[in-house]
Design a protein around this ligand. Structure first.
Ligand SMILES: Nc1ncnc2c1ncn2[C@@H]1O[C@H](COP(=O)(O)OP(=O)(O)OP(=O)(O)O)[C@@H](O)[C@H]1O
Length: 266
């Protein structure tokens, strides 16, 4: 696939839980090589959208293609080849608490490549741990021994275990202090550039949107109401978009990213 080509295509998506309609007629395209920020009020269905895309949530209707293949109504084993091509950092890191960081990183490798020997597994885990900016000794620690920021990095190391082309990040900077969050943004951007990743980034973090996202998709009214760069979104007259980006926090984040010394992408 060429850069800019659609890597995730969602059309007419409908998700309900009982009487509660979460998504209706939702469309979205994610292009290869971009960092797409996904924003929306709490409960608008950002995580449900991600879970639908990766085949963990069966929608009522609609189509979803990732790398040109449907992820709807597929058995887990049908999705094996696609699952090897993406990595996921779930909200909160979702590390296995009884495994060390290295063992956590090795979980997806063992699942998909059971024949790989322990020495190579250890080598890959050490490399991924270093790649995410953790000290080498962090590989031997248990999640409970790590700070919040280190847990996120360990989760990212596991998400990168299989050298994915596509990375899903669900609120990676939530719970981090501003310095830790900015450092995680830098890491995401540098990995995306170095590895040529496409990143689907669910976030509430306005600083992250300004600092690293190429485009932002806005979820409201059960669908994606707009996708574009932040200046493109600001030109729209939607009340939630105006309130979000032009409210007090939005303005501070914009000054931080585009003001003196800033290097906003959008
Ligand atoms: N398995 C489930 N069963 C029933 N309802 C669910 C389920 N998963 C999600 N929901 C509901 O779907 C809605 C959307 O949830 P989701 O977690 O996707 O929101 P979100 O936009 O990611 O929110 P936040 O920003 O607060 O994380 C919520 O009202 C939630 O309660």
């Amino acid at each position: 696939m060429a850069p800019g080509e659609t890597i995730i295509q969602v059309r007419g998506l409908r998700n309900c839980f009982g009487d509660q309609v979460i998504h209706d007629l939702l469309d979205l395209d994610v292009r290869r090589g971009e960092i797409l920020g996904v924003v929306g009020g709490s409960g608008t269905g950002k995580s449900v959208l991600m879970r639908s895309i990766i085949g963990l949530q069966q929608p009522q209707s609609g189509t979803i293609e990732v790398f040109g293949e449907s992820t709807v109504d597929r058995d887990e084993k049908d999705l094996i080849e696609i699952r090897k091509r993406w990595g996921i950092l779930f909200q909160g890191g979702a590390l296995f608490s009884t495994l060390t960081v290295a063992e956590n990183v090795q979980v997806p490798i063992k699942e998909f490549y059971p024949a790989i020997g322990q020495a190579m597994l250890d080598g890959i885990a050490a490399y991924k741990v270093t790649m995410t900016g953790l000290p080498p000794e962090a590989a031997f620690k248990y999640p409970a021994e790590l700070s919040g920021g280190m847990k996120k990095r360990a989760g990212l190391a596991r998400a990168l275990a299989l050298d994915p082309e596509l990375l899903f990040l669900d609120e990676p900077t939530a719970g981090l202090d501003p310095i830790g969050a900015a450092a995680f943004d830098e890491l995401t951007l540098s990995l995306q550039r170095t590895l040529g990743l496409t990143v689907f980034l669910i976030t509430h973090d306005l600083d992250s949107l300004h600092a690293i996202c190429d485009r932002v998709a806005v979820l409201a009214d059960r669908r994606v109401i707009a996708v574009g760069t932040i200046p493109e979104l600001l030109a729209l007259d939607h009340p939630w978009i105006q309130e979000y980006f032009n409210g007090p926090r939005g303005r501070v984040a914009a000054v931080g990213a585009h003001g003196e010394g800033g290097r906003g992408r959008t």
